[in-house]
Ligand binder design. Structure first.
Ligand SMILES: NC(=O)c1ccc[n+]([C@@H]2O[C@H](COP(=O)([O-])OP(=O)(O)OC[C@H]3O[C@@H](n4cnc5c(N)ncnc54)[C@H](OP(=O)(O)O)[C@@H]3O)[C@@H](O)[C@H]2O)c1
Length: 274
């Protein structure tokens, strides 16, 4: 495995297994610098969202990186307020304008807004058929949301990006997604930084001469989920990508998975108020 390793989505598109997340990265210099550092460090996948309000900085960094557009994998997301058929199409145009791109690799519904996500999905299917996005998917969908969406979808979601880390391993949902050929992508893989002091993971990290962050990200790869850590520090961005020169044993993987407490850092997708 290496930084360019991909997983094949249901439609054959190759999605990098490790990407760079930019939630809470400020637009302007912070976004431009951190995305450029990530691309310099070899990341080829960037995960942004309309709601992060940094698509312009991400787009600028991509442009200035000197890396060919087709060699990158860019994800953005549709925000809740824009759900609905026409409003989704308009919001997508606005994201492309800010990113200064003419397509995105992956477009995701950010949250399952009840009563709206099916109309939104019809717009996603149109964008996909019009070849303005290479793949479409969702975030924060429980199994019941996925089932409801797939009841009358023409195209099934290719990705479900969900909160996933050692204290929230999401095994039942991962199983359902695997059975339905939906790739699972872990958001807040480091528990938004809260897991970095975990003593059990620290012991494993010490045994490998690696950091806790590196061990968690390696665990993501070994359990088969795509992962998108965020940092605004160059040395951490480099460190988080330096996870291809060691391997966790099966026991270590099981030990980390055993830390599950079904404990979220973010809201439950059945109960969010934004
Ligand atoms: N779809 C959704 O609803 C959703 C929700 C949340 C997140 N996401 C996506 O998932 C991405 C990752 O999640 P996240 O940003 O919540 O958190 P995360 O990647 O789990 O953790 C990021 C935090 O850990 C720190 N950190 C990162 N690498 C480190 C290292 N090697 N050593 C020490 N500290 C380190 C960062 O600090 P510094 O930045 O100060 O270095 C930051 O505070 C987001 O950026 C976003 O793209 C999606």
């Amino acid at each position: 495995m290496n930084l360019k390793d991909t997983v094949k989505l249901a439609n054959g598109v190759e999605m990098p297994r490790l990407g760079f997340g930019v939630w809470k990265v400020k637009d302007g210099d912070e976004a431009v610098n951190s995305v450029k550092w990530a691309i310099e460090a070899g990341y080829i996948s960037i995960d942004t969202a309309a709601a992060y309000k940094n698509e312009e900085g991400v787009g600028q960094a991509i442009k200035e990186s000197g890396v060919k557009r087709e060699d990158l994998f860019v994800t953005t997301k549709l925000w809740n307020a824009e759900q609905g058929y026409e409003s989704t199409l308009a919001a997508f145009d606005e994201s492309l304008r800010k990113l200064e791109l003419d397509y995105v690799d992956l477009y995701l519904i950010h949250w399952p807004v009840e009563g709206k996500f099916k109309d939104t999905w019809r717009a996603f299917e149109k964008l996909y058929k019009d070849k303005r996005v290479r793949a479409i998917g969702v975030c924060n969908f429980h199994e019941h949301h996925l089932k409801e969406l797939m009841e009358d979808a023409e195209i099934a979601p290719m990705v479900n990006q969900i909160e996933l880390h050692p204290q929230l391993t999401q095994e039942p949902l991962r199983k359902f997604c695997a059975e339905n050929n939906i790739v699972v992508e872990a958001w807040s893989p480091l528990g938004n930084g809260k897991l970095l002091a975990n003593p059990e993971i620290k012991a494993i990290a010490d045994a490998h001469g690696k950091s806790v962050a590196q061990v968690i990200l390696r665990w993501d790869l070994q359990i088969g989920v795509v992962t998108i850590p965020k940092s605004v520090h160059q040395e951490r961005i480099i460190q988080n990508a330096d996870i291809f020169d060691f391997e966790l044993t099966e026991e270590e993987v099981a030990k980390i998975s055993g830390l599950n407490k079904d404990e979220r850092t973010g809201p439950d997708p059945d109960n969010f108020n934004f």
